[in-house]
Write a protein that binds this ligand. Structure first.
Ligand code: AMP
Length: 289
């Protein structure tokens, strides 16, 4: 496995790949790997011939009040996992080279970035799209792999690649969960044991919403009420949003029909968690009495 830290060295490696047969798969990450990241690498390994992983804690996507300094950076363990997963190249850019003092370009996906996470974290998606576009331009992969865990992020990147005519297949890979259902996240390490237990209610709320839709409920206010009810008896949890949305535009729906996604975000103390479930609404709605 090669570890490449400079942009020029990576570009040299990439030029040589032009003569090689096969597809290049890319998994962009911020490190602190868990089974979610591992599943993306596995999928990339299965679908493409050369697998590139980047590890870069991107300051542009953190607000000044957020956890940039605290974000875990277990570099040796991360590299060991990449080796185990058969990754070919790890890109480890330095902050100084990636964002020099005169850096001044940004990429904005205007509509999809406005709602949900974008409304709560104003500069977050601009930071994400800027770093991902810069990485895609460097790596020039045929396919890039993202987790459904960050559903809105993945939709934004799909839109960006389409808008900018980039010939890259964006693959959304399923969310990997703990055995009790909690979505794996590098930020779960911030949770105390008690909060770790509480964190599960987000998945339970989304699951209750999904079940109601599968049982034929189409009224969005009723579905939202069901999701909120799951959280009622848990003190110390603040809901940022629990929403029934169109699976592509992410617009809130009035009626739960067709392919949709339930998006949720809660705060437990200072820890913020997001999760989502996709649902295909039942064709036969509940008859209102
Ligand atoms: P991050 O390192 O948090 O920026 O995440 C890197 C990639 O891993 C993103 O595409 C995430 O959506 C994906 N990811 C994070 N958590 C999970 C999970 N539990 N299951 C699947 N993919 C995940």
């Amino acid at each position: 496995m090669r570890i490449i830290q400079s942009v020029h060295a990576f570009q040299r490696w990439r030029r040589k790949q032009a003569n090689e047969k096969g597809l290049i798969g890319f998994v962009p990450t911020m490190g602190a790997f868990h089974a979610g990241h591992q599943s993306l690498m596995k999928r990339a390994r299965r679908s493409t011939q050369t697998v590139v992983v980047s590890i870069f804690v991107n300051p542009l996507q953190f607000a000044p009040t957020e956890d940039l300094d605290q974000y875990p950076r277990p570099r040796e363990a991360d590299l060991a996992l990449c080796r185990k997963m058969g990754v070919d190249v790890v890109v480890l850019p330095s902050q100084k080279e990636w964002y020099p003092a005169d850096f001044q370009t940004s990429v904005v996906v205007s509509q999809l970035s406005k709602q949900w996470e974008g409304a709560k974290r104003r500069t977050h998606f601009q930071g994400v799209t800027t770093v991902v576009e810069k990485l895609l331009n460097l790596v020039k992969p045929h396919q890039a792999f993202f987790g459904q865990k960050d559903y809105q992020q993945c939709r934004i990147i799909q839109q960006m690649v389409e808008d900018l005519n980039q010939d890259i297949k964006i693959v959304m890979c399923p969310t990997i969960r703990e055995s009790d259902g909690l979505a794996m996240s590098s930020r779960n390490t911030y949770l105390s044991q008690a909060k770790r237990q509480q964190a599960l209610v987000l998945y339970q709320a989304l699951s209750a919403g999904k079940k109601a839709i599968k049982d034929g409920e189409q009224s969005v206010p009723k579905i939202e009420k069901i999701m909120h009810r799951s959280l009622k008896n848990h003190s110390g949890i603040t809901v940022d949003y629990l929403a029934v949305c169109h699976s592509e535009t992410l617009e809130p729906l009035k009626k739960a029909q067709g392919k949709l996604v339930l998006l949720g975000a809660v705060r437990i103390g200072s820890v913020r968690l997001i999760d989502n479930l996709t649902v295909k609404a039942s064709a036969s709605p509940i008859k209102s009495s």
